[in-house]
Design a protein around this ligand. Structure first.
Ligand code: 13P
Ligand code: SF4
Length: 312
């Protein structure tokens, strides 16, 4: 018989206390996971929180690279993830060996990688960025610096367009953000003329161009909280709507449709792999645990720490 959500919640809270664990969740997690988490944030905030916590166990309710980032920053802590298959199509679009060859062929370039990458890719990187600090960090580099940016071509294209840089872009993308439909969003905009359009920079350029705000999940949330529009079309993974509705109960948030409206294309199926029962199991069993090869971690930690310093 399936355990009820109430009982699962009780068990999770008890196990969390016993193990001294900190439960962190990304904004794209299921509502019940966001509700029970000690900390919810975008990928930058999750990395910052991992670096700051005293808890001996971190449960990363997010995707694998988020757990890896926490483990690299806290090698002595146990980092758990409720479902080990929670990957990321964007991180998978950058093969570490291919990336290493690409970088080695351009020794005069500074290598900037999006946090949505494997530890092995980060090991070939000079500075890691998230969508929350990418623009600020890249604009802090000298204007004539040659930069390789990987793996997200849409985020790279966005930064090139706003900063006037000409970074060399790796050809990767997120399968969720890359397929939002401009046509359907324009249609929605006609039906809701007063709605403002909030767009994550992993989306393609045409969507960035119609946006009232382009930003990370935390930046979009912040915009919605401080802006005075009563209605928004949200062009990113639909999990963020949970926190937006919680923070701004008086406003209307509409999830943007993807190209194929027949499916839940604006949901990241990897993020949704984590469930309450898997969270309970991983706290109880101490697995799946995130492990990073210590040699790789020793190289990957430098660009992550550089990011944390530059985003202070
Ligand atoms: P944020 O950095 O905005 O949290 O985004 C992470 C992510 O995976 C977006 O798809
Ligand atoms: Fe990766 Fe895209 Fe899922 Fe974000 S939404 S975790 S970039 S697959």
């Amino acid at each position: 018989m399936e355990t009820s959500p109430e009982l699962l919640r009780e068990e999770i809270l008890k196990l969390k206390k016993e193990k001294g664990a900190l439960i962190m969740a990304h904004y794209y997690q299921r509502a019940e996971i966001q509700e029970i988490a000690d900390f919810i944030g975008d990928s930058l905030a999750l990395a910052q929180q991992a670096a700051a916590t005293d808890a001996p166990v971190i449960v990363m309710c997010g995707v694998h690279f988020m757990g890896e980032t926490a483990k690299i920053l806290c090698p002595d802590k146990k980092v758990l993830i409720p479902d080990a298959d929670a990957g990321c199509s964007l991180a998978d679009s950058c093969d570490p060996e291919e990336f290493a060859r690409f970088v080695a062929a351009r020794p005069d370039h500074t290598v900037v990688s999006y946090v949505n990458t494997s530890a092995a890719v980060k090991a070939h990187t000079d500075i890691v960025v998230t969508s929350g600090n990418a623009r600020k960090i890249i604009e802090s580099l000298p204007e004539d610096e040659k930069i390789i940016f990987g793996p997200d071509r849409n985020l790279g294209d966005y930064i090139n367009s706003v900063s006037g840089r000409q970074m060399l872009l790796w050809d990767g993308a997120c399968h969720v953000h890359d397929r939002f439909s401009l046509e359907k969003i324009m249609e929605m905009k006609r039906e809701h003329p007063q709605a403002k359009v909030l767009v994550h920079p992993e989306c393609r350029r045409p969507l960035q161009l119609i946006a009232d705000k382009v930003g990370s999940t935390a930046a979009l949330l912040d915009f919605a909280r401080t802006d005075n529009s009563p209605e928004y079309i949200v062009v990113t993974e639909s999990g963020i709507l949970i926190e937006m509705r919680k923070k701004c109960p008086e406003k209307i948030f509409l999830a943007a449709p993807a190209e194929d409206a027949g499916c839940q294309c604006n949901e990241c199926e990897y993020m949704k792999l984590n469930t309450l029962s898997k969270l309970r199991d991983c706290l109880r069993d101490g697995k799946p645990e995130i492990k990073v090869d210590p040699e790789v971690a020793a190289k990957a930690v430098r660009p992550i720490e550089r990011m944390l310093e530059l985003s202070r």
